[in-house]
Design a protein around this ligand. Structure first.
Ligand SMILES: Cc1ncc(COP(=O)(O)O)c(C=O)c1O
Length: 523
């Protein structure tokens, strides 16, 4: 609207208000090709501008101008101005266009030329891309499970997962005040349920869907909700079978809560009251897990099913545990969107978990929720085409096919490299019948649980760091430091270099060519 306001001021200055005001159409909002600067506008608005000064001179020579001539002059001037603006609109090249299939969110504002022109003028920085590109000599950081492998898939999906959110939308704190989880966007609720029904990996009927800033926040919410309510109670023990996800102890204890505390390996736990964390397939070793303490009455379980998706493992049953955690970080690769969800059976627990998120972050970014919903919808569309796609015979890209193909390829490369090295071993491959694909499928974990068998190496992470490969030590998972966890989800270039480096190790060979530990231990 700024462009129009500028025009209106100039018109007001020239006392042509009535006609100018009537032209507030969206076309007139287009800025002229060389928009006047403020000073020009101010000058043009004053009667001492060149044209008006010339007219005044004429008037002085010829005496007072009759009213009808003033009217004709005004009318011609206005028509010429209108014509110029129209010509500009039709002749000017279109703004760099987004091949967005505009979601229903965009319809209201996207049509305006002013918005398009603003986009054209924009000189924003490109969004961040994560870790820098690598070369054969680079340090390869496979410490974190950063799921950039999936970028290649989403690059090919065109507008299927694109979203534009106008400035006025998603402003309220609230999403659905009738829902227990009042900050959950209904669209995300719906797409979460739809995807689970499509894949068949978790029951959703009779469950409350809760959203969190990543499933990490919902993990904390679950600990809060499952802790004893009595102020006098001792902190409840939080356990998980080793090797366990390294964030479990870190997140449990970092605020030294009086409600819960980390108590280590579930398989050696002896108390009666506990919260058992069951991660399946397990981070770091990819095993399929069940609760080991499930029979005790004072025990509660949280199932972290971040990797229970067809690209990683066979979907053998519809999980129906009391609390199940999922995340877009590992299902679709959108870790930066920071959206996780919980499926919770019990209403009171769902309310307490919601309370945690309310007190912690007053809800969860709606923008991220809408993006996650769009992404999940695109995944489901690949397997059950929308009516529109079906009508035109279009087929949306299939995420799980891509993911499985990639993981199979990477695992076979890694196994070959480990075998060639002669000093690294990997867990045995397992398989199962997948109800989603209707075929037997091997497990392709998101992490490799790599063991260094060289006798002189008792700290595999340090050994690999010496070869510019960053991994996470087994010690951080409650296991032997001869193991490391290696991310299998990085970009192709990093993965390829890693595999090449690994296969070049030989027993007795491979002294560090030099990354100082001090530099990298804080990365
Ligand atoms: C087992 C498991 N749960 C949860 C998470 C974290 O998920 P989010 O990014 O949604 O917080 C991870 C991330 O690596 C994970 O491995």
């Amino acid at each position: 609207m700024a462009a129009f306001r500028v025009g209106a001021r100039a018109v007001e200055g020239g006392r042509f208000q009535a006609n100018g005001g009537g032209m507030a159409s969206s076309r007139l909002q287009a800025p002229p090709k060389n928009p006047p600067n403020r000073e020009e506008v101010a000058l043009r608005g004053k009667p001492r501008s060149n044209h008006l000064a010339a007219a005044a001179k004429l008037r002085r020579r010829a005496g007072p101008m009759p009213l009808w001539r003033v009217a004709v002059f005004v009318s011609v001037a206005l028509n010429v101005a209108t014509l110029a603006l129209l010509l500009y609109h039709y002749a000017a090249p279109p703004p760099p266009h987004h091949h967005h299939q505009h979601s229903r969110l965009t319809a209201s504002s996207e049509g305006s030329l002013a918005a398009a022109a603003r986009r054209e003028d924009r000189t924003t920085m490109a969004p961040s891309t994560g870790k820098p590109a690598v070369t054969p000599d680079s340090v390869i950081n496979l410490d974190h499970g950063d799921p950039t492998m999936f970028e290649a898939f989403w690059r090919e999906t065109g507008d299927a997962a694109e979203l534009v959110i106008p400035g006025w939308q998603t402003m309220s704190y609230f999403s659905d005040v009738t829902n227990i989880c009042w900050f959950l966007e209904p669209e995300l609720d719906q797409q979460v349920r739809r995807l689970h029904r499509t894949v068949g990996n978790a029951a959703v009927d009779g469950y409350h869907v809760l959203v969190g800033t990543g499933s990490t926040q919902l993990f904390m919410a679950a600990l809060y909700a499952l802790s004893p309510a009595a102020a006098s109670a001792e902190p409840i023990s939080v356990v998980s079978t080793a090797p366990y996800y390294s964030s479990y102890p870190a997140v449990t204890d970092f605020l030294r809560s009086g409600l819960f505390r980390w108590a280590g390996d579930a398989s050696s736990f002896e108390g009666d009251d506990y919260i058992e964390l069951v991660c399946s397939p397990n981070n770091p070793d990819g095993t399929i897990r069940e609760a080991v303490l499930a029979s005790k009455p004072g025990g509660k379980t949280v199932h972290d099913l971040a990797y229970y998706w067809p690209q990683y493992t066979a979907i053998t049953k519809k999980a129906d545990h009391d609390i199940m955690l999922f995340t877009v970080s590992k299902s679709t690769g959108h870790a930066g969107t920071r959206i996780g969800w919980a499926l919770v059976k019990d209403r009171a627990i769902a309310e307490k978990m919601t309370k945690f998120v309310e007190l912690n972050t007053i809800g969860v970014s709606k923008d991220s929720q809408l993006r996650a919903a769009k992404v999940l919808a695109a995944v489901s569309d690949g397997y059950e085409p929308s009516e529109a796609d079906a009508r035109v015979g279009a087929r949306a890209p299939r995420l799980f096919d891509f993911g499985r193909r990639k993981m199979v390829e990477r695992w076979s490369m890694l196994r070959a490299a480990a075998a060639a090295s002669g000093i690294f071993t990997l867990p045995e491959e397992t398989s199962g019948f997948c109800n989603f694909t209707n075929e037997t499928a091997a497990t392709n974990p998101a992490f490799a649980w790599l063991r260094c068998d060289r006798e002189d190496v008792d700290d595999c992470a340090s050994f690999l760091r010496g070869h510019k490969i960053l991994t996470r030590s087994g010690a951080q998972f409650g296991a032997d430091p001869r193991y490391v966890r290696v991310s299998m989800l990085d970009r192709d270039d990093a993965f390829d270099i890693f595999v090449r480096r690994l296969s070049s190790f030989k027993s007795g060979e491979g002294e560090a060519d030099g990354v100082s530990t001090a530099i990298w231990e804080h990365v």
